[in-house]
Design a protein around this ligand. Structure first.
Ligand SMILES: [Zn+2]
Ligand SMILES: [Zn+2]
Length: 343
């Protein structure tokens, strides 16, 4: 039985083109104790492969976190499959605002220690004791309350291109870092202020809210379904949109535009821009913001050094990389001394 991908990304992209069918990009997560993640993982892979699901899913003893795309006309089959799993029955699915048929090109279902790398010792606190969930309307209302402190639970490169009006956006590389920084910043307001948090799809707030309650915060609230679900409700119900800019997402699309505001700038020339790219030099791959004219001038690279390497033939580049481990810039998202206009 085939339990892993056989097609390359290129072959997959070609298949999608040939099929000519629309795909839906969706995400969902659930914290739930899973006794044997490997068996569950194999089950998902077999069933999802049958209905042509693509994307990246993590399964762990603590639950499931899925970012996938499915053929639009097989949505009902997919939903029926989820409903056949007790703890996924009627789960809220976050459907992407901007569809892209090639948001994902492979089906990957992986067993991990955790569904989000949060760096927390979960034995310390009860993860089910989470904050109050708010819909878009209630979130807006609380945002206007002068007694509210709104915190963006995402990393610096995410909030840089878009965030809620008036939110605190910690300058952090990881979720774990932001937890400590926010706690230190707000330690005098554990009882008198509303701690209002949000993230991309809601999953990080599930953990964060339980963590802050454990740390003594009395009034903890979280945006249900994150920015993705907020935007859906704003569009559907005609509610005022208080999110400015783009929502960073973790697939080929890189972001979804939520409002017309461009709140960030090109890291190379400083012009208003909110388009993330990865440096074209395979050995670098640095994530940064680049405008169209810099893109052309720099051949899609982050620096002159990368531009030079990228101009070499594939064989020459391979020779250059020999014996060297991968550049750690891959993990330094949006952080490099070559980016003169990174704030
Ligand atoms: Zn530029
Ligand atoms: Zn580079």
């Amino acid at each position: 039985m085939q339990l892993y991908n056989k097609l390359s990304a290129e072959e997959r992209a070609q298949l999608i083109d040939e099929a000519g069918k629309d795909r839906l990009t969706i995400s969902f997560y659930q914290y739930h104790h899973i006794g044997n993640p490997q068996v569950f993982r194999d089950h998902l892979f077999i069933e999802w492969d049958k209905i042509d699901v693509l994307g990246r899913t993590y399964v762990a003893k603590e639950g499931i976190n899925a970012q996938i795309s499915i053929p639009a006309d097989r949505f009902n089959e997919f939903k029926a499959h989820l409903d056949s799993i007790v703890f996924l029955k009627d789960i809220r699915l976050n459907v992407a605002i901007e569809q892209d048929n090639k948001s994902f090109l492979k089906l990957k279902v992986k067993v991990r220690d955790k569904i989000v790398a949060d760096g927390l010792n979960d034995d310390l606190f009860d993860v089910t004791n989470k904050g109050v969930h708010l819909d878009a309307e209630a979130f807006n209302k609380m945002l206007e309350d002068p007694n509210t402190i709104c915190v963006d639970m995402r990393n610096h490169y995410e909030s840089e291109i878009g965030h809620f009006d008036g939110a605190i956006t910690p300058d952090v590389d990881t979720f774990r870092d932001s937890l400590d920084i926010i706690e230190a910043d707000l330690k005098d307001h554990k009882e008198d202020k509303n701690l209002l948090m949000y993230c991309t799809g809601g999953i990080r707030c599930e953990k964060a809210s339980a963590y802050y309650k454990y740390k003594g915060f009395q009034n903890v609230f979280q945006l249900e379904g994150g920015i993705i679900e907020y935007t859906r409700q704003v569009n559907e119900k005609g509610i005022e949109n208080k999110f400015k800019g783009k929502n960073f997402v973790f697939d080929h699309r890189k972001s979804e535009r939520i409002s017309d505001d461009v709140i960030s700038n090109c890291h190379q020339c400083g012009e208003a821009c909110d388009t993330h790219v990865n440096c074209a030099n395979e050995a670098c791959h640095l994530l940064f913001i680049q405008c169209d004219s810099c893109k052309e001038k720099m051949d899609e690279c982050c620096s002159d050094a990368c531009k030079e390497i990228n101009a070499l033939s594939y064989e020459e580049q391979k020779e250059l990389r020999k014996g060297k481990s991968n550049s750690n810039k891959i993990f330094k998202k949006g952080r490099s001394e070559v980016l003169k206009f990174k704030k």
